[in-house]
Design a protein around this ligand. Sequence first.
Ligand SMILES: Nc1ncnc2c1ncn2[C@@H]1O[C@H](COP(=O)(O)OP(=O)(O)OP(=O)(O)O)[C@@H](O)[C@H]1O
Ligand SMILES: [Mg+2]
Length: 299
Amino acid sequence: MNAIEIRGLTKNFKEKQALCGLEMTVPMGAIYGFIGENGSGKSTTEKLICGLIHPSSGSIRLFGKPHTDSDVRAKMGVLIEAPGCFPNYTVWNNMLLQAANLGIKNPEEEVRKVLKLVRMEGAAGTKYKNCSLGMKQRIGIAMALLGDPKLLVLDEPINGLDVDGMRIIREVLVDITQNRGCTVLVSSHVLGELEKVATHYGIIRGGKMIREMTAAELEADCRTYVALQARETSRAKALLSCKYSRVEEDESGCLRVYDQATPEEVVTYLYDNGILVSQLQTAKIGLEEYYIDLMKEGR
Ligand SMILES: Nc1ncnc2c1ncn2[C@@H]1O[C@H](COP(=O)(O)OP(=O)(O)OP(=O)(O)O)[C@@H](O)[C@H]1O
Ligand SMILES: [Mg+2]
């Protein structure tokens, strides 16, 4: 059984079609990184999953049940845009209120627990309006964690977080998926950060899912390349381009040779043509470059 199964999902906002037959499969226990450019339909998909808006057509099943099922809804934690907090209430009181709304049995204990998870215990007495952007994000995540959800839907949760904040959220996501049987759907533009925790990816464009894959598939798909620095960069580039089909130069004048070239082969070839290589390494493209390449393909 999958945590989320979406088939043929369409959403029209008057004349605007935000989603056009979206397909999505999120396995149980996944941290599913949901990626796509601005306006591609990530938030719309997440709002539909959470029942905040209604689909024009198509189906959304959560844990094998329709997404409108009340049992399923009770298992969900959500952070889409800002959490609904009262600015003049303290963080503690806002959290208690939310816990009461959710019908949580030991609200004080539960609030203490989730604030501790995101390391925001120290902010309990602060009025919500006086919290920084990053604090608000972490409080929003803590709210979404109230009641031990089995499905957590987070829309750009790491926006505005500092390095430490991001690390804490990463640890929380790994903990709840590995130790508490939770599944996480998380959209983000911070691909380098997402890559550190995601087990699955979905890439959306223009309201359609253009690729879904596991982290292992991404890893296998991410080509290796030889990166080098040579004194005569433009001549080296021209020479390499004669032999290899893809040669790129980055802003720092470093050349990248794809096509499974070995470093020995590249250095020897340049040396034979009178060019000395000063720096050499092999590397793999990451999620960000993979994504940029994929986006270029479709243009
Ligand atoms: N309530 C609405 N009324 C009209 N159009 C909407 C509404 N909500 C979203 N849209 C449109 O639907 C499309 C998808 O928007 P959505 O917010 O889902 O994108 P997104 O992928 O979350 O983008 P971002 O990365 O900027 O957050 C956009 O063209 C947007 O303008
Ligand atoms: Mg969005």
